[in-house]
Design a protein around this ligand. Structure first.
Ligand code: HPA
Length: 245
């Protein structure tokens, strides 16, 4: 049986519907995860939930201990991970309220602990990252969305910026020219670390604002929160369907 891990981002501090029966405060060789991992039942499935930004939400994207988070999930027997990200929309179709299952990413982050390869393991971790997201898990997410009649965009390039500030309009224009459809801050190194550990990983992105320079009002957290509230309800439904597989 697959054991599903869910990493919740901004707006997904807890997974409503998850009946939590245990909390795991895991210590790893890379430090402590963002928060104790909740183990519980979602429908009939066993799910492990971790809030990426800690509780109360405070750890900024560049300071999240991504290595500890993924290591801890794997140490609990998790084999598949869905990472949930709030993002800005760049592509024409990526309007606030859209749900996207990206199929590619471009990593613009820097200075993050981005690999388990510390040079001491005796083997190089040159993982194949041609397809950064697990195909089967992406398909399963898409199927779950279809069966609930949830509107989503299948595929897209997820640009991952360093943050915590939002981008300049010129940075967004450059990302668009690079082929990015979305911009977030937490998709990497999470996806690559999952691959290094052999975990199946896919992302579920919620567009909460037009990226910098593309909208007609200044970006504000309040406006993002409003959309997030609505989208997280949809994401919850999708995940509940996903675990029925
Ligand atoms: N840029 C980067 N990260 C984000 C954004 C954005 O516009 N919106 C939500 N997360």
């Amino acid at each position: 049986m697959t054991r599903l891990g869910i990493i919740g981002g901004t707006g997904v501090e807890q997974l409503d519907g998850l009946v939590v029966y245990r909390e795991h405060a895991v210590d790893t060789p890379f430090g402590t995860p963002s928060r104790a991992i909740q183990e519980g039942r979602l429908g009939s499935a066993e799910v492990f939930f971790l809030h990426r930004h800690g509780s109360p939400a405070a750890i900024p994207p560049h300071l999240v201990n991504y290595r500890a988070n993924l290591w801890a999930l794997q140490s609990l027997g998790v084999t598949e991970v869905v990472g949930i990200n709030a993002v800005g929309g760049i592509g024409d179709d990526m309007l606030p309220g859209r749900l996207v299952i990206p199929d590619q990413l471009i990593d613009y982050t820097w200075g993050r602990e981005h690999t388990f390869d510390d040079g001491g393991g005796g083997r190089l971790l040159h993982i194949d990252f041609t397809e950064p997201y697990d195909r089967d898990l992406r398909l399963a997410l898409a199927r779950a969305a279809h069966s609930r009649d949830i509107d989503f965009v299948d595929g897209g390039v997820h640009g991952v910026a360093q943050g915590p500030r939002l981008e300049t309009a010129a940075e967004v224009r450059r990302m668009a020219a690079d082929g990015c459809d979305l911009v977030g801050m937490t998709g990497m190194p999470e996806a690559a670390l999952a691959r290094e550990l052999g975990l199946a990983y896919a992302a579920l992105c919620m567009v909460v604002n037009p990226a910098a320079g593309l909208g007609d009002v200044p970006l504000s957290l309040d406006m993002m929160r409003d959309i997030l509230r609505r989208e997280t309800a949809v994401v919850r439904g999708l995940l509940t369907e996903l675990v029925l597989r």
